[in-house]
Design a protein around this ligand. Structure first.
Ligand code: GAR
Length: 195
């Protein structure tokens, strides 16, 4: 199985969806650890309840982004993952960190990339008059939310949708997409590990 680490900052529902999928004997990835940059992330309890190894690298304890990322990098090296999934991980990663894990880092972003990189994606889709909103799993590169899309799914924006109702209706779509996208990436790794 392909060793996979998950980075979270909050609720952890995508992390749980991945971890539950990974419990199937024929799933190609195994979860070797969950790291949160927030000590109070709800997802940490959920990860422990699933029997997963958890760690905290609290960004507030470091003087700057580089120092935080070096600590995060060290924790990841200890887990020795082949793939790292950002799952609601809300820290921007520097080119240095991304280059350390090039071709191994993936993220889920709540928009139909390349549209709406960054924050407030659903509000921006509604304000633009878009007919659909969605969610994408993509490779992480030095450009924020700019790496190649691995897979994405969409739903229709309804007349009375708000950012909150869209997020609520998209959540089950996300939770189905991320395990499927990780499965596809892990199968590629099994065939041909990236260098
Ligand atoms: C998810 O909706 C995810 O798409 C989004 O944060 C939420 C995390 O929920 N990610 C981003 O906005 C990344 N910029 P979760 O912690 O319950 O998985």
């Amino acid at each position: 199985k392909v060793r996979t680490a998950i980075l979270i900052s909050g609720r952890g529902s995508n992390m749980v969806a991945i971890a539950q999928a990974a419990q199937a004997t024929d799933y190609p990835a195994e979860i070797v650890g969950v790291i949160s940059n927030r000590p109070d992330a709800k997802g940490l309890e959920r990860a422990k309840a699933l029997g997963l190894n958890t760690d905290i690298v609290d960004h507030k304890l470091y003087d700057n982004r580089k120092a935080f990322e070096q600590a995060l990098h060290a924790q990841l090296l200890a887990l020795d993952p082949e793939i790292i999934c950002c799952a609601g991980f809300m820290r921007i990663l520097t080119p240095w960190f991304v280059s350390q894990w090039h071709g191994r880092l993936i993220n889920i972003h709540p928009s139909l990339l390349p549209k709406y990189k960054g924050l407030n994606t659903h509000q921006r889709a509604i304000e633009a008059g878009d007919t659909h909103a969605g969610v994408s799993v993509h490779w992480v590169t030095a450009e924020l939310d700019g790496g190649e899309v691995i897979d994405q799914r969409s739903i229709e924006i309804l007349p009375h949708d708000t950012a909150d109702t869209l997020a609520e209706r998209l959540l089950p779509v996300e939770l189905a997409l991320y395990p499927d996208a990780l499965e596809a990436v892990a199968l590629q790794f099994q065939k041909q590990p990236r260098q």
